[in-house]
Design a protein around this ligand. Sequence first.
Ligand code: PHE
Ligand code: FE
Length: 290
Amino acid sequence: MSADGFSGGPPPGVRPDWTIDQGWEAYSQAEHDVWITLYERQARVLQNRACDEFLRGLDALDLHRTGIPDFNRINEELQRLTGWSVVAVPGLVPDDVFFDHLANRRFPAGQFIRKPHELDYLQEPDVFHDVFGHVPMLTDPVFADYMQAYGKGGQRALSLGRLANLARLYWYTVEFGLMATPAGLRIYGAGIVSSRTESIFALEDPSPNRIGFDLERVMRTPYRIDDFQQVYFVIPSIQTLQEVTLRDFSALYERLASAGDLGIAQIVEGDQVLTRGTQAYAEAGGRMRT
Ligand code: PHE
Ligand code: FE
């Protein structure tokens, strides 16, 4: 993830491209144990919930039960599979830095891990969200290309002043995307797969809307950063996602500049509605009380 509001360069001790050493040797056993707890919970909950591409990637990288993975080890396999690598960063980095890493097939990952009392929710992406959540999908060649294209598209959106729209594409695909498969609805979004409660909520709760993915529609839809989503968008396949984002967004950006935003839970004409959500969870005040 990236964040606005940074001025000047990186903090002391951080390289100009905002990377740091992972410092794998310095993790404590208690920190490795947090990873193991999270890993074991998610490996269980994601059977028949995560898409095949994710589960295959999880296996290929052997993000095993012995603790926080060493990025050097993951990178050997990731390089071989899709030419991507994981680089450590201290936390959120500026947008232009984030896009530059993606455009060069580097995924910036938080180095720190959440505390034992934060297992279910934390504000900033940590190594579990970033590595367990994001990196398995980067072993899929088509998704790997999509992420790189997104990095280049991000640089472009920045210069065109349309980043707010493009960021919604990232949010509703890379972070919170669902996929329709012959076996049923599956998760591929990192924000979902790294959360036990949202893995269940996103697929099974009657509250959120689930709507067929449409690029322009997604770019007009605001999102929640502090709670479960009120709407999830469903792609037919990674291939389709890649195909619909390949074309030049210039004309789309022009339309978006005059088209207003939609309501977060609004259903509009032309929507392919898979679930018309009750919105009961959001209306009751949310905050992950399932
Ligand atoms: N095709 C987009 C553009 O012209 C770039 C992009 C590709 C954005 C893939 C997101 C994902 O700006
Ligand atoms: Fe993320």
